[in-house]
Design a protein around this ligand. Sequence first.
Ligand SMILES: Cc1cc2nc3c(=O)[nH]c(=O)nc-3n(C[C@H](O)[C@H](O)[C@H](O)COP(=O)(O)OP(=O)(O)OC[C@H]3O[C@@H](n4cnc5c(N)ncnc54)[C@H](O)[C@@H]3O)c2cc1C
Length: 433
Amino acid sequence: MAAGRSWGRYPVTSERVVPLSDRLAPLPPAQLPVLPLGNARSYGDSCLNDGGILLSTKNLDRFIAFDPSTGVVTCETGVQFADILDLVVPQGWFLPVTPGTRFVTVGGAIANDVHGKNHHRAGTFGHHIIAFELLRTDGSRLLCTPEENADWFAATIGGLGLTGLVTWARIQLRRIAGPWMASETHRFESLEEFFSISDASDSDYEYTVSWIDCVASGKALGRGLFSRANHAPANPDMRPLPSGRRLSVPLTPPFSLINSLSLKAFNHLYYHRQRKRVEHSTVHYEPFFYPLDSVVNWNRAYGPRGFLQYQCVIPPQFAFDGMAELIKEISRSGTGSFLAVLKQFGQSPSRGMLSFPRPGTTLALDFPNEGKTTFDLLRRLDDVVADAGGAVYPAKDARMSGPHFRTYFPHWKAFGAFIDPGISSSFWRRVSE
Ligand SMILES: Cc1cc2nc3c(=O)[nH]c(=O)nc-3n(C[C@H](O)[C@H](O)[C@H](O)COP(=O)(O)OP(=O)(O)OC[C@H]3O[C@@H](n4cnc5c(N)ncnc54)[C@H](O)[C@@H]3O)c2cc1C
């Protein structure tokens, strides 16, 4: 058994990793519970299986078909978003939905039904899945589409890898004219202003997202930078593409580099870095969608104890008060991350039974793991979210309680009928007990 770690480097578990390389072969026989593993870009324990087996899809990385006239791609589920982009962007296509890193696999993106900056227009990744194959540990295979085996389709999208291994998937891409984004950034001074810019942007901008200063308080509570963008109509002035050079955090420092002093200084500088109220720019899609990917292993900066990411959503009727309460609580604690992200989700209901996105406002940020103080703070945030009828995102979670999970995801019981008896995860054991 080797030590397993997800992106937040907490918790540390112990499991055996078994690589898969043939999508046509049955799953290897196992005495212990198994769990499919993508690229371990989930932050907590939803991709971990303490004491069990992880079935790595790293080598299930082949493209099966791509039709450049329709933008339909079929591939094995260990294929990463970065590989899809490399193939399709030069041919005028783009991922329909992408999270903030391109180093996720198609299987991981289905199992967490990931969302991006265009949720208000495009919904989640699951909305763009045409079909996939589900392989169960008993050897059965199900072709799942929105019409065929529709209940399995709904259980597997956002199903946290618990319904079986998705061997391949067919995805509808969206057309683009080129790799550039026409973007603008608005500085806003309060949470009220965030909501009004967001409401005004939804219909004209495909992508919207905000950075907020999570340590600001009082009148400045919720201040930040609102970014909105569309794909640029054509390659504007043929700038050179980014060099591909990336910075790296080469080793884990003995303590977290993110503390209340560095946080306050960074947030202040970052907020004031934009002098004008509105700035326009044309940027390549890579830094626009994946700013963190340019720093390899940035997760090490939090030191050996790792960090906890927190992402929640609060429904529209309580969004303003709920977000204000959460940000106040975080600002009071003096902890948090450089990157606190606020965004409004759109109305389209997710296709997955356990999908996290739903109408409302979502907040995401990291917390260095400082033990009990951090866990107590996150529990207080959970209570605010539960009282407001919201939810916490399993892909980012390592510690929410079972009762909280079951309140956030009322379909969890019905979902139980679709769990493969040979599959389990550290997350599932924790929240279902
Ligand atoms: C920097 C960063 C930014 C992020 N931004 C966002 C964001 O904007 N929006 C968002 O939604 N998420 C975001 N995430 C989270 C990330 O998109 C998800 O955790 C994603 O699921 C990770 O994919 P993965 O391939 O690494 O899967 P893993 O983390 O390895 O696994 C995730 C889940 O998928 C299951 N799984 C993997 N492969 C298969 C398969 N073939 N069949 C069945 N189940 C499978 C696993 O069992 C597990 O439950 C971000 C993560 C990082 C590190």
